[in-house]
Design a binder for this molecule. Structure first.
Ligand code: IPE
Ligand code: IPE
Ligand code: MG
Length: 249
């Protein structure tokens, strides 16, 4: 977003907490994995819609550091689904000029998932139309610890002075280095919490919560979220009057 006033612009960066797959399946008396599979259809549709709309960055929260604590069968089902998704989508990503990146502790992922992920990241590295971040084994607190460790190491080595650490320097050491912060964070599934998602980057994002479960969230629902976003006034600490004055210029 380049403006802080009410408008009809498309957010530059949309981040989504894709929640509610399990409950969606349970409501239908089906296993949780059935819900995760249905969730992949929403992923495909939302990625395509964001690309069409001209969203520059789309970040999807697919698996949190806390999700490792789920039953082993669900974790391995999710990992298999992820691998299948990546293999199946590569051609599509290339033809749609979508660059894939992974946010999170890749080293914790099973080797075969890591390999497919790395191949997809490398193959799409020169794509430019849209950036797709998959947050996998991601936790905002771990991300900050990871960055702080790197900064502390540089200080110990004499490559950085503590007083040189500022917001930009810290941002440059996060998984999202070089990317703009999310303008809009969407969470499906009815919960109103961040669940350790983009704790630093979302500090001024607009938050949008919907009771719809992730498999029910499609292009129409995305457009609704963007409409609501456009009705908000992003003040960034200023007063509404200051912004109205700025718009008259
Ligand atoms: C979100 O759906 C997907 C992941 C966390 C992997 P859930 O699996 O959390 O679904 P609910 O919240 O139990 O319905
Ligand atoms: C958040 O959903 C993580 C993802 C969507 C990947 P959870 O279902 O894990 O969140 P909590 O545990 O309800 O906060
Ligand atoms: Mg959940």
């Amino acid at each position: 977003m380049t403006t802080s006033s009410k408008s009809n612009l498309v957010p530059r960066h949309i981040a989504i907490i894709m929640d509610g797959n399990g409950r969606w399946a349970e409501q239908r008396n089906r296993p949780r994995l059935f819900g995760h599979k249905a969730g992949v259809d929403s992923v495909r549709e939302i990625v395509e819609a964001c690309r069409e709309l001209g969203v520059e960055y789309l970040t999807l929260y697919a698996f949190s550091t806390e999700n490792w604590n789920r039953p082993q069968s669900e974790v391995s089902g999710l990992m298999l689904l992820l691998k299948t998704y990546l293999i199946g989508e590569l051609k599509n990503m290339l033809s749609n000029d979508i660059r894939l990146r992974c946010l999170g502790q890749q080293e914790r992922l099973p080797r075969e998932v890591r390999e497919v992920l790395q191949q997809t990241v490398e193959s799409t590295a020169s794509c430019q139309t849209m950036n797709l971040n998959l947050a996998l084994s991601y936790g905002g607190r771990m991300e900050l610890i990871h960055a702080i460790r790197q900064l502390a190491g540089k200080c110990v080595d004499g490559d950085l002075l503590p007083e040189e650490i500022n917001e930009q320097v810290l941002s440059d050491h996060l998984y999202t280095a070089g990317q703009v912060d999310p303008d809009l964070v969407i969470r499906t599934g009815g919960e109103c919490r961040l669940s350790n998602f983009l704790l630093w980057q979302a500090s001024y994002a607009e938050l949008y919560f919907t009771d719809l479960k992730w498999p029910e969230f499609k292009k129409e629902q995305l457009l609704e979220a963007i409409d609501v976003f456009n009705q908000r006034q992003r003040r960034f600490g200023k007063t509404g009057a200051q912004l109205d004055l700025g718009n008259q210029k």
